[in-house]
Unconditional design. Structure first.
Length: 71
């Protein structure tokens, strides 16, 4: 089930950042390989996204990250 959140920060050079979940405000690791979009995959601070949560070796992280269209 997809969850909504906001990108806290994303370092385009390093290819990772953090997303704040709307559910509980938890910060989740976000890697560029988990972003679902064509072309250069990166996120922008403050951008709204939907995603799923996966438990990994180093804790929870976001997968299937999909940028939301602005109204």
């Amino acid at each position: 089930m997809a969850i909504l959140g906001t990108v806290k920060w994303f370092d385009r050079g390093m290819g990772y950042g953090f997303i704040l979940s709307d559910v509980g405000g938890e910060g989740l690791f976000a890697h560029y390989t988990a972003i679902r979009m064509d072309g250069f995959r990166a996120l922008t601070e403050g951008q709204r996204v939907s995603f799923e949560v996966k438990n990994g070796v180093n804790g929870k992280h976001a997968i299937n990250i999909t940028p939301q269209r602005q109204p």
